[in-house]
Design a protein around this ligand. Structure first.
Ligand SMILES: Cc1cc2nc3c(=O)[nH]c(=O)nc-3n(C[C@H](O)[C@H](O)[C@H](O)COP(=O)(O)OP(=O)(O)OC[C@H]3O[C@@H](n4cnc5c(N)ncnc54)[C@H](O)[C@@H]3O)c2cc1C
Length: 393
């Protein structure tokens, strides 16, 4: 077993680390306070190739592998999870469905011309007012009329949904009813300029304040028939596959945030003196730091294992859920302990750890809550093994 990343993976990780530590981390507190989307950072990350990491080179991407992407995303998120989620939602949710299910023409146009050529972001619209965890409850409809999809409905909390550089959204819509009475769900590519497509204002949030989330509205919104992504009626399968990849990436983002908590905790423990000594000399503080380091190591290994399985083309859904739950909960514990190690100072908005503590909760919710991911893990344990299935035949 080889735990060493490849030279290429190390190159991406180091590139992301250097840029994130020098250019993003020093600005993270202000961006959060001012709730400003950092256009210059997004542009520079696109120039460095970080925003097209898993998009094939023939469509203007960087052609990086999935492990490299997660290593880079961890580093960006270690500096600021607002920037991390902008990158994650663009690559895992925005670009991946087009890479995985798009036709050659769609890839050339949307990935090549719109996203790469125009340095644009892309969004993924699944969630609605009454369709959260139960995405089958989608009420947005798309009807084929005179060679166009006519979309009606709305989406909620869509990341990258309304920045000045958003190119559009891939939305999941109900296109009919299946034989079993369930909804026929289909993915439709909706460019920003499509008639009848509008965006609401950004939300007031507890974290990820320098990233963009909005409601999206479709009122007789028309797009050409060829904007169907993949096959009609395959939307459910497509978004489940998309979310599997997204969960690994949100787990990498969580590891980055947990690492940032450890970085700050170590610094503070060495600097802060009480009873005539650095608090790092107290065993109570050392044990907290040891637990943080141990859990981060485990979470990182789980993320990289899941990413490697995906890169190898093997089944990775259960490992993606394990990585998501374990890494997000590791980050929550790390943020909590980092504040504890800072004492009262950690409760002040002037300390980085107070911001981390606010930001960490969403990792247990977005792209599948911990409850749903635990269900996926449990279901995979109850499923018949191939040997059991064979024995029954
Ligand atoms: C900042 C932010 C960014 C987001 N970005 C996007 C985006 O880009 N695109 C997008 O489509 N969506 C996005 N979302 C939506 C996100 O994916 C959902 O919030 C998430 O899937 C959970 O849905 P919900 O919030 O409606 O919770 P609900 O579904 O209402 O769940 C509430 C609680 O009930 C539990 N629960 C629900 N069903 C079950 C069950 N069967 N068994 C056990 N427990 C259950 C949940 O685990 C949770 O604890 C974003 C959300 C936020 C807050």
């Amino acid at each position: 077993m080889n735990f060493d990343p490849t030279e290429e993976q190390i190159r991406w990780r180091d590139l992301a680390r250097e840029y994130a530590q020098e250019e993003i981390r020093p600005r993270a507190a202000r961006l959060d306070k001012e709730e400003k989307f950092p256009y210059d950072i997004a542009a520079r990350m696109a120039e460095l190739g970080l925003m097209g990491m898993t998009v094939p080179e023939e469509y203007g991407g960087s052609g990086g592998d999935f492990v490299a992407y997660n290593l880079a995303l961890e580093e960006i998120s270690r500096a600021d999870t607002s920037v991390g989620i902008t990158m994650e939602a663009h690559i895992s949710l925005g670009c991946s469905p087009i890479v995985n299910f798009g036709t050659k023409a769609q890839k050339e146009h949307f990935l090549g011309e719109v996203i790469r050529g125009g340095e644009r972001l892309w969004a993924f619209g699944l969630t609605e007012e009454n369709a959260g965890t139960d995405a089958g409850g989608t009420q947005t409809t798309a009807e084929l009329k005179d060679g166009q999809w006519v979309v009606n409905g709305s989406k909620k909390w869509i990341t990258n949904g309304g920045t000045d550089i958003t190119g559009g959204v891939t939305a999941i819509a109900r296109t009919g009813t299946r034989e079993n009475g369930g909804p026929e769900l289909t993915a439709i590519i909706i460019p920003q300029e499509a008639p009848g497509y509008t965006r609401g204002p950004g939300y007031e949030k507890t974290g990820w304040r320098a990233s963009d989330q909005r409601p999206l509205y479709f009122e007789d919104c028309r797009v050409p028939e060829e904007n169907l992504l993949g096959e009609r009626g395959r939307g459910f399968v497509q978004f489940l596959q998309t979310l599997d990849g997204g969960r690994v990436a949100v787990a990498a983002l969580s590891v980055g945030l947990a690492q940032a908590c450890l970085d700050e905790a170590l610094k503070r423990a060495k600097e802060r003196r009480q009873f005539g000594r650095a608090i790092a000399e107290f065993q109570a503080i050392q044990f907290k730091i040891a637990d943080m380091a141990m859990e981060i190591e485990l979470a990182r290994n789980t993320v990289l294992k899941a990413a490697w399985l995906k890169e190898e083309g093997r089944a990775f859904g259960c490992q993606a859920s394990m990585a998501k739950v374990f890494a997000s909960e590791t980050a929550k514990r790390a943020a909590d302990q980092a504040v504890q190690i800072h004492g009262g100072e950690g409760f002040m908005e002037t300390s980085a750890v107070a911001r981390y503590w606010r930001q960490v909760k969403i990792n247990e919710i977005g792209e599948g809550t911990s409850e749903i991911n635990r269900q996926i893990i449990a279901q995979s344990l109850f499923e018949e093994s191939p040997q059991e299935a064979k024995a029954k035949r």
